[in-house]
Design a protein around this ligand. Structure first.
Ligand SMILES: [Zn+2]
Length: 188
């Protein structure tokens, strides 16, 4: 067996054992194919490792617009790296272009590229802000991420309605409370 096939076999054997350890029978009908399905699903959840998300932003247009641009309600799904439990929600992006802007759909692809990894919400927020800051040479960037975490909801403190909000600011947003407030009022 080749390296990748061997790894896949180990993973499926491990999942088989996990099912048994949890108290079920990994060989019964409904569970027999589960290790294979879980492996396949995980490769999909982590597609972002096999691309460079920031590069989606490289297709730019020159425009003479130096005012705030807002892209809000970009949906994402991710996996918390501590429990492999889903967390999901919305990303809101505000930036002030220098002279380059990018198509709205590119932001969605970039967000997906970072979300489809083992993540924590704080790092996801930072990576999105850095990608926009670096690729678009923006004069300022602000990113707000709102998410619900299944690992907070389903175990431990069990707060089903809790959401976590994180933000990151770069450039002009760092110095201007007025700009931050304008962005926050526009994404409400
Ligand atoms: Zn977690």
């Amino acid at each position: 067996m080749k390296g990748k096939e061997m790894q896949a076999r180990f993973v499926m054997d491990g999942l088989h054992e996990l099912i048994n350890l949890c108290g079920d029978n990994a060989q019964r009908d409904g569970l027999e194919e589960t290790p294979f399905r879980v492996l396949k699903a995980f490769l999909e959840y982590t597609e972002g490792y096999r691309e460079k998300p920031a590069e989606h932003l490289r297709k730019t247009f020159d425009v003479d617009h130096n005012e705030l641009v807002i892209v809000k309600d970009i949906e994402f799904n991710s996996l918390c790296e501590h429990h492999f439990a889903p967390f999901y929600g919305r990303v809101h992006i505000g930036y002030i272009p220098s002279d380059k802007v990018t198509g709205l759909s590119k932001f969605g692809r970039m967000v997906d590229g970072y979300a489809k990894r083992f993540q924590v919400q704080e790092r996801l927020t930072t990576q999105i802000a850095n990608a926009i800051n670096d690729e678009l040479d923006a004069q300022g960037v602000m990113v707000v991420v709102e998410a619900a975490h299944m690992c907070m909801c389903g175990r431990g403190i069990k707060k089903a309605t809790a959401t976590t909000t994180t933000s990151a600011v770069r450039g002009e947003f760092e110095d201007s409370a007025q700009l931050r407030n304008e962005f926050l009022s526009l994404i409400k």
